[in-house]
Design a binder for this molecule. Sequence first.
Ligand code: UDP
Length: 535
Amino acid sequence: QSQEFSQVRIDYHGALLALQEHGTRMVCTGKMHTDRICRFDYLCYCTEAEEFVFFHSNASVMLPNLGPRRFQPALLDLSSVEDHNTQYFNFLELPAAALKFMPKPVFVPDVTLILNRFNPDNLMHIFHDDLLPIYYTMQQYSDLDDEARLVFMEGWGEGAHFDLYRLLSSKQPLLKEQLKTFGKLMCFTKSYVGLSKMTTWYQYGFVQPQGPKANILISGNEIRQFASFLMERLNITQEEGDDYIVVFKRTTNRLILNEAELLLALAQEFQMRTVTVSLEEQSFDSIIQIISGATMLVSMHGAQMITSMFLPRGAAVVELFPYAVNPEQYTPYKTLASLPGMDLQYVAWRNTMEKNTITYPDRPWDQGGIVHLDKEEQERILASKEVPRHLCCRNPEWLFRIYQDTTVDIASFLDLLREALKKPNLKKAKVASTVHPGRVREPKCQTSVQATNEAKLSVSWQIPWNLKYLKVKEVKYEVWIQEQGENTYMPYILPHQNYTFSENIKPFTTYLVWVRCIFNKNLLGPFADVLICKT
Ligand code: UDP
């Protein structure tokens, strides 16, 4: 652990001269603060003022140069959570000449990625908001390599899983608190500020009730590549072995009260070994080792379920919800399991029997207690059969219900699994191709008029260029025919490279025709240029 940056490795005098002469340079990507990542030369940080500083000189660059719009509301989001008003980044400005009157800067020689972790005490947040975004932001900029330095500015301590952040680069990550120990003014020789949001799939409900993001840009492939990277760094190799079920339990709250009964039922129903794990009883590494070979993961809703990304393809995820919590409204793990290419089966079970729940009205509010509320409000909550839709994060009814303990009704649980699960089969789960067809080539149409009310339209085309290099199980073509001026069209799915249409084709009419190729029912290619066909 290097608490000191070697000021020998860099030419200190040269660096100081460069900073004084050239000042800070910033070039960013992104039109909005929510999709912006900035690259800086000589971005500085004043540890006393707790402010980043941009030094202006004749050679400074600030792109985008937003003027006061830089504060509306900020230059960029420092965490991967979109537009969260506690996670904004900005800097103060000073003329480079002011350096003469300031403490001597300490230069950070490493290429640095500066960001906020969102909630480093919660495993879901650690993976979804921090690790995946950091990993793929680093992939985006080639100088953010294994030698890069991560700097976490959210101001928290290490948190429960700091070791996971350490896996992302060979250098010890720095916390905001530690920056003080280096000096009053730190200057990052080369740094990137901000995180890619490309990998996130869930929004936590700050402006609208929580749910999957509107435009998910990540697939199971990228999740699994990241999971493999972590497993490699953790020296976990998946061994061939027997099928088994993992019950991931919580030990302090949101308990499964009849755990032994549940384990026995699962083992009998599926004729498999069934094991339990918990964050309190196993190391994270050993849990990942176990999950990476499991056929099924069963758990109460909660952050520990993010580990389902380490399940093998074909495995099943079974998420349990306490009484009065509607699984449809809390779907971070369902969304993950359902990403194309994750190849996981997902089932949600919900406790519908009030007698099988244990509530904790007397606990502190953040563990779901409600005794601090009006009597009337308490009674309403106790009588309610479902938590109404709500915003994050302090809704007392939600917290009250989600921190209940549950006795799982074995009969309804097994019925659901029998109905919903295809037999989980790891050996059969093959990676499905995601190669899309190219455009069909040389599309042509020919027309003929048979009679005053009878005409024919023949359309033909050549196979997409990439098809001759592929083994595709099923190749089909889709043809759309629209009469010019109409706003509806007729779609046809065809097995061959030509077809003559005669139904609904009128003489002396202009038709617009689009053709595209489809692999294996759901891999759609682009349409070829529209054909204009006059009968
Ligand atoms: N946690 C745990 N066992 C418990 C309770 C919590 O391992 O009995 C972990 C949980 O997986 C998460 C963190 O502690 O990483 C915070 O849990 P919390 O209930 O606040 O969040 P949630 O799981 O609802 O996202």
